[in-house]
Design a protein around this ligand. Structure first.
Ligand SMILES: [Zn+2]
Length: 220
């Protein structure tokens, strides 16, 4: 079976995302790129996460053509391949319809700097796209327009969240952090009578982030 290890990663990240509550049912999709061939393993269309096996994962090329697989790839495959073509350093993508990120997508131009952790890991703001037409290249374009080369996450207008990483561990971790920040933001707005809550001071974020990126974790 072509790229069996990557197929197994797609199965596992779906189960992990389900367990951590960032996906439900058949919503959302995940992809990972093989650095050697450039081929992409992506979750199948419309299958519950617990029922997906490595043989159900589909291998596509950079233009979203199916190279190997017995299933139809995710209906949002062009979104994944467009992002990976435009940003060669991205190795894995996790797209979810997480509840609170989607709430933010319906009412704000971005998720602002509400939690220190999201500022450190993702950046000062997570942008919300313009509305893109699902199932057409316009959908992928709407995400690309909101991205910079440093983007770790974009909230998709009236739709959900998409997160990027070198691997699935990074992309899924970012999906969890952004969803938690969106949850806090929505609750803080509500508790504050709809007025904007206090934010992390914007002038402190660049230095905080540089310090975090230089010092966090264990030296290997
Ligand atoms: Zn979606």
């Amino acid at each position: 079976m072509l790229l069996e290890q990557l197929r197994e990663q797609v199965v596992q990240v779906g189960l992990d995302a389900l367990e951590r509550g960032v996906v439900h049912g058949t919503a959302g999709n995940m992809s990972v790129r093989d650095p050697e061939t450039g081929l992409i393993a992506i979750s199948p269309s419309g299958m519950p996460y617990r029922s997906v096996t490595p043989a159900d994962v589909v291998i596509v090329d950079a233009d979203a053509n199916v190279v190997d697989g017995r299933r139809k790839p995710s209906s949002e495959t062009p979104l994944h391949t467009m992002v990976m073509r435009a940003h060669p350093h991205i190795g894995a993508i996790v797209h979810t319809h997480s509840h609170y990120s989607t709430v933010v997508s319906c009412m704000r131009p971005c998720l602002p700097a509400i939690l220190t952790e999201v500022c450190l890991v993702v950046g000062a703001r997570v942008p919300v796209t313009r509305y893109g037409l699902t199932g057409t290249p316009d959908f992928g374009e709407s995400v690309l327009e909101a991205m910079t080369p440093e983007s770790k996450a974009v909230i998709i207008k009236n739709h959900g969240l998409i997160c990027f990483g070198a691997d699935f561990a990074e992309a899924l971790g970012i999906a969890e952090i952004v969803e938690e920040a969106a949850r806090v933001y929505v609750h803080a707005l509500s508790a504050n009578g709809g007025r904007e809550p206090d934010m992390v001071p914007a002038d402190l974020i660049p230095e905080m982030r540089a310090h975090f990126l230089a010092n966090y974790g264990q030296n290997t």
